[in-house]
Design a protein around this ligand. Structure first.
Ligand code: HPA
Length: 233
């Protein structure tokens, strides 16, 4: 048991998929895993362990934003000995050429958060994906003929801000593909604890054009993204 998870140590697998939305964790457990059992209901931040093609895997809700993700990632790594953390999330595209439903793998994650700055005393840390997981995810997507984009993402602490149309410009000018709210700190924590992390994201909206996914589109692409994540275990 840890502060925010009521599981016993042996209830959690070495590989944990992380979903911001706990109900998505439930969906994965109930629809994509065999013999899944719920190990956490504290704060309704649902966590499950089951099997994918015979391999043991957990899927845990993290809530939105880096502070919330950091609590669950910390406890999973330090109390439950998780070794591979794979985020399955959504993002807002920062280019009109990126379409709703596209799958983006975060090669690196930039941020406006002060969390890394506190750790690195004001200096910049390059938060990057684990190369082995990244390479495998690309191979899996190619084999399954699922188109993906690999690049830098922007992990923001601010979903809503007073409207500033130029806010995204500097990021898109530097080829950052999308905005989301968790990957940068996940990568930093993985580095700190010498475990492996990868963020796989589905584009749920386009910040530049204002388009948003229908729930049907979201579901279909979510499935594809999660299958790539599950094949990594
Ligand atoms: N901004 C930040 N995070 C997000 C977005 C967004 O537009 N869409 C999905 N996650």
């Amino acid at each position: 048991m840890s502060l925010h998870l009521e599981a016993q140590i042996e209830d959690v697998a070495e590989t944990v998929l992380l979903s911001g939305d706990p109900l998505r964790a439930k969906y994965v457990a109930e629809n994509m895993l065999d013999d899944a059992k719920c190990y956490n209901k504290v704060r309704n931040m649902l966590g499950y362990t089951g099997f994918y093609k015979g391999k043991r895997v957990s899927v845990q809700g993290t809530g939105m934003g880096q502070p919330s993700l950091a609590i669950y990632a910390h406890e999973l790594i330090n109390e439950y000995h998780a070794k591979k953390l794979i985020r399955i999330g959504t993002c807002g595209a920062l280019s009109s050429e990126i379409e709703i439903g596209d799958i983006i793998i975060a090669h690196g994650a930039s941020t406006d958060s002060s969390m890394n700055k506190m750790t690195f005393q004001g200096l910049d840390f390059s938060a990057i994906a684990n190369f082995e997981l990244l390479r495998k995810a690309v191979e899996i997507a190619e084999k399954r003929k699922v188109a993906i984009k690999v690049g830098n993402v922007f992990s923001t602490d601010l979903f809503y801000v007073a409207e500033d149309p130029k806010r995204w410009q500097v990021w898109s000018d530097h080829q950052v593909l999308c905005a989301e709210m968790e990957s940068s700190l996940l990568y930093t924590m993985a580095a700190r604890h010498n475990v492996k992390a990868l963020s796989i994201l589905t584009v749920s909206d386009n910040i530049i054009t204002g388009e948003a996914a229908s729930s049907e589109e979201r579901e279909k692409k979510f499935h594809q993204m999660t299958e790539i994540a599950l094949q990594l275990i």
